[in-house]
Design a protein around this ligand. Structure first.
Ligand code: ITT
Length: 195
């Protein structure tokens, strides 16, 4: 089985990707295993897929390992899909609490039926020989009126899924239904055609 580098600088996302990849029997290394880490690239794509490819191509080129990268975000219907690919930088501070506060502010006064949203995870896989593919997972739900729980990361305390708020449910429960759980299941299926 090949060794893959998971190209992310988000420690909580890394933990989630490693947790999902481990039972797939895939050997994973992270930027923390590379001396000096890996470079942070400018995510200047216009779609989740483009940004995932930008990150995976760079990590593969830099390390020589096949690379897996996730580009993800939250798309809120009442905000025409924002923050979308700009989810990590929504409030401009790179801080999850600031992002959540701004989101609540923008949705203030809207009833539940107008607070629908979905998470997207696009996973890109790039091989040193130039082959590459992307897969995508989505998870639909709505935005709460106040944060709940301290599980997960990012917008999890505000996202209500069919299994409850992502901030409250167990990590394994989130993986079963989440955008990343779904994209990683597709990644596993698609990978069979490549190795
Ligand atoms: P890397 O690019 O280094 O992987 P990042 O955090 O900048 O790290 P993204 O550009 O893909 O990653 O931005 C994803 C943002 O979307 C993330 O910072 C969260 O704010 C949000 N997000 C993505 N998946 C999430 C999840 O499962 N739960 C909560 N928020 C999530």
């Amino acid at each position: 089985m090949a060794t893959f580098i998971v190209a992310t600088h988000n420690k909580k996302k890394l933990a989630e990707l490693q947790r999902i990849l481990a039972p797939m029997g895939i050997d994973v290394i992270s930027p923390l295993d590379i001396e000096g880490g890996i470079a942070e690239v400018e995510e200047n794509g216009l779609t989740f897929e483009e940004n995932a490819l930008i990150k995976a191509r760079s990590a593969c080129k830099e390390t020589g390992y096949p690379a897996v990268a996730d580009d993800s975000g939250l798309c809120v219907d009442a905000l025409d899909g924002a923050p979308g690919i700009y989810s990590a930088r929504f409030a401009g501070t790179g801080n999850d609490e600031d992002n959540n506060r701004l989101l609540l502010e923008k949705l203030k006064g809207l009833p539940k039926e107008q607070r629908t949203a979905h998470f997207v995870s696009s996973i890109a896989c790039v091989f040193p020989d130039g082959r590459e593919f992307t897969v995508r997972g989505e998870c639909h739900g709505y935005i709460a009126e106040a944060p709940s729980g301290n599980g997960g990361f990012g917008y999890d305390p505000l996202f209500i899924s069919e299994a409850g708020c992502f901030g409250d449910i167990l990590a394994e429960e989130k993986d079963k239904i989440s955008h990343r759980g779904k994209s990683m299941a597709l990644f596993k299926e698609t990978l069979k055609e490549y190795i």
